[in-house]
Design a protein around this ligand. Sequence first.
Ligand SMILES: [Zn+2]
Length: 262
Amino acid sequence: MTAHRCPVCATATVPTHALTILSSLERTLHWCPDCGHSFFPEPDWLPEAYESSIASTDVGLVERSLRLANVTTAYLVRFPGDGPILDFAAGTGLMVRVLRDRGFDARYFDEYGPNHLAKGFEVSAQPPERYRLITAVEVAEHLVDPVAEFRRLASLSDAILFTTQLGPRDTPPPADWDYLSPGTGQHISFYSPASLAKLAELLGFHVVSRGDMHLLSKTKVSARTWRLITTNAVGHTLAAFRRSHSLSGSDHEQALADLQRF
Ligand SMILES: [Zn+2]
């Protein structure tokens, strides 16, 4: 069998579970004994897996987006600054719209889309663009090369707020872990607390986590601040105050002006 190196720390990995991907392909999950990262090597089924870019089984997407929007709101209030926010792999544009409704200048990037809710706010997500913060809802587990992708994000911003579920540190994830999601074939990279720490080290960033919520940042965020930022009631309350700053009025005028140009 071909030896596969860990995509995060480059240690030789061990095969763990054979799983049936997309109901028909037998593929083996690999686990890194050094950092606890798990992954499917050489995922040749992705075009088929992405025929529908949002997996039909992902019924939690809206709830996660709104929860991350609240954490993002609390972060942006706690760390005020200039510059737009980028929602990376923004899907329908829900997160961008919610943030704009709270008065934050959020922008949209997604190679696959479809962008329904944030038309006119698309960006190319390439340097020299710079963002005050990047958000990424359920993106990290889709990455073939997490280090390269996070380096790209780190070239655009000094702070990346994202969701992904973590596996255990010292053992491979159980074969029946829902998050492996072999039926959809879209999840291929599974982080442990140590593989996230390794990723942060490679970027020269700090990392803090709470459940499936993570922040990679150049400036260290204290455990107390992070706990406050990730307390949903805090973000929820701040969101109510932020509605008076909503960009929806000016966005609406811009959309009308764009229509009249056609
Ligand atoms: Zn590793």
